[in-house]
Every structure is written in structure tokens, then in C-alpha cells.
Design a protein around this ligand. Sequence first.
Ligand code: NAP
Length: 341
Amino acid sequence: MGTTYRRIVLASRPTGWVGPENFRLETLPIPSPGPDEVLVRNHFLSLDPYMRGRMSERKSYAQPQQIGATMIGATVGEVVASHDPAFTVGSHVRGMLGWSEFGLVKGKALERIDTRKIPMSAYLGIVGMPGMTAWYGFHKILAPKAGETLVVSAASGAVGSVVGQLAKLAGLRAVGIAGGPEKCRYVTDELGFDACVDYRAAKDLEELGQTLRSAAPQGIDAHFENVGGDVLNAVMGLLNPFARVAICGLISDYNNEAGVVPRSAIRNPAVFLVARIKMQGFIVSDHLELWQEGLSDLGALLVAGKLKYRETVAEDLARAPEAFIGLLRGRNLGKQIVKLV
Ligand SMILES: NC(=O)c1ccc[n+]([C@@H]2O[C@H](COP(=O)([O-])OP(=O)(O)OC[C@H]3O[C@@H](n4cnc5c(N)ncnc54)[C@H](OP(=O)(O)O)[C@@H]3O)[C@@H](O)[C@H]2O)c1
């Protein structure tokens, strides 16, 4: 272990698409723990779409992060020095230590993770916040019933890939929407969805709707939305009476800073009335009381071989900005992480 470590701070706020100039790599001396503090060497950093929101000043459910501060982010790693008896040197932990090779925090800000049966990085994905997001939206909002048809957008991603697999396990028809043939092949051939629609291949909304109709011939009973815009509008046209829609994310709008009329505008609100639709947004961190149940459920399914996942791994902290920009542009397949060790 050397005497310095690197971190990435927010250098400036993006206007529109995020660029490398919005980040700055800094080198600092490795600190020593004070009373109750724990020093962690981060092995993996999670990159997630919500970070785009924190980079901007626009009103959201969370405060924007400060310029010059370490970029926010979940991490998993190993305790290398500790003044908290609950965290011995060598134990594996998850925390919000940011885009940084090391983190110094009070022990109460960390959570021990068991890496004997589940790889450390999975605690950032399928048995972490994204998996929990899928679990919550699927079980608590979509009220799924066997035999129904569920659609999920960004289907090959960290959240979407779990939603479709949970749907299959619960006896639903699972239809994914994803960008490109490689992602669609992954969704059907490896994850076991019944069908996948490549939204990038459709020349317009009408064609997207027609392709989706062929993939969901009985209509759509439950929809898990990660994207917004045309994708959401295509789904809305095919909802069955009493369908449920969980609004988890609207990533197609995240770089649209100046949008007075967001691209995610719903074109046909009459469908709410005619089909008696229930649509609900949610933020997974509002439901911390359910995380233990959700994550142990997901962990058990993973260990039993009933859930699969993939990761797109960027090597080295310095590649994090490029990997994050790639995530916003759809270059990741599965969970985007950065390997730091
Ligand atoms: N509500 C909550 O508490 C909560 C928690 C976690 C995540 N989320 C939301 O869940 C969604 C998925 O997150 P994730 O971590 O699983 O990310 P992800 O799906 O692993 O990665 C993002 C994916 O979004 C798709 N995408 C990007 N730009 C798009 C565009 N303009 N149009 C359509 N698709 C686009 C891309 O896939 P394609 O190539 O397939 O388009 C990209 O790979 C995000 O909207 C995120 O904000 C919400």
C-alpha cells in the first residue's frame, strides 16, 4: 500500500451531455482513522444513472452534489485500518465512499458483506441497490399475477435484467425493450425473457408500437419503465384494462437539462381513463425497511442459480468518467462497475 490515493471530483456542472471536462482526478495522502473511524480500500465502484441528476442543480428528490467534492457512488472494498471493533482489518464492506480508491468513514456508515458465496462486485448490482430497485418495483408496485404480460425497458441493464427474470420466476410473460441486437440476444437467450424489442431498430414510434404488439400479443398488464420518451409512449398504447405502470427511471431525459417540455411527455393521457391505468413512481431509498427482505430474497435466488447477471467492467479509477458517459449512452451491458484494485 502506497502513501497516496486518487479520487475523482465534480469539476463543473454539465449542460446537456456529460463530458470528461466535468470531472477532475486528484491525488491525496492516505489518511489514518480517528476514533470510531474505518479506512477502506475500495475494490469496486458502482456507476449509476442517478449520478447524472446529482451533477446538475435542477430540482430533484436529492440535493445536488457540491463542485469540488468527491463524486457520489456506492463502493465495496476491504477494511485496511480500523478504530471500530465491529470492523476488523480484512473484512469486506459496502459503503457510499464515492469515486475514490480509499474512503475514511465512521463504522456506522458501513455494512459488512459476505463474499463467501456471492462475489464482492455483485453487492453493487444484483444484490445491491439496482437489484433492490427491481425487486421493489416488481413486487410492491406491479402486483404481478402468473399468466400476465410484463414489459421492462432498458431490459439488459442492471435493474431491467432483474425485473424480467423475476417476472419469469413468477410465471409471467416477460418482454424486454433494449438498444441493439446484442442486448436483445442477451435478454432472450441468456436471461430467458420470452421476447425482446430492439427500440433502436424502429424507424418511428408507430413501428416501435407495432413491433411491441407482436411481442406482447395479449397486451401489457404490467410495465416497468426505465427510459421514458418514445419507449413509454409505445407501451402506453398497448396497456390492458387495469394495467399497472411502475415509473422507475426516465433515462432518455437525463441529459435534457434545458427541456421545458420534457421528451417523456405522455402523448395519450386518455389511456389512464379508458383502461383505468395505475401509474406510480418510486425511489428505492424511501423503502429501506424492505431492503433486508429484498436483498436476502435476491441473494438466495442468485446462490440457487435462478438469477443471472453480467457486468461491464472499466479498469482503473481514471476510466470512470468515460465509463459513466458510456452508461448514459447505452454502451454498458448489465451492471456498469469500475475495478479499482
Ligand atoms: N427509482 C429508483 O429508485 C431507481 C433506482 C435505480 C435505478 N433507477 C433507474 O433505473 C433505470 C435503469 O438504471 P440501471 O442502473 O439499471 O442502468 P442500466 O440499465 O444498467 O444502464 C442504463 C441503460 O439505459 C439505456 N438508455 C440510455 N439512454 C437511453 C435513451 N436515450 N433511450 C433509451 N434507453 C436509454 C441504455 O440501454 P439501451 O441500450 O438498452 O437503451 C443503458 O444501457 C435508470 O433510469 C435509473 O435512473 C431508478
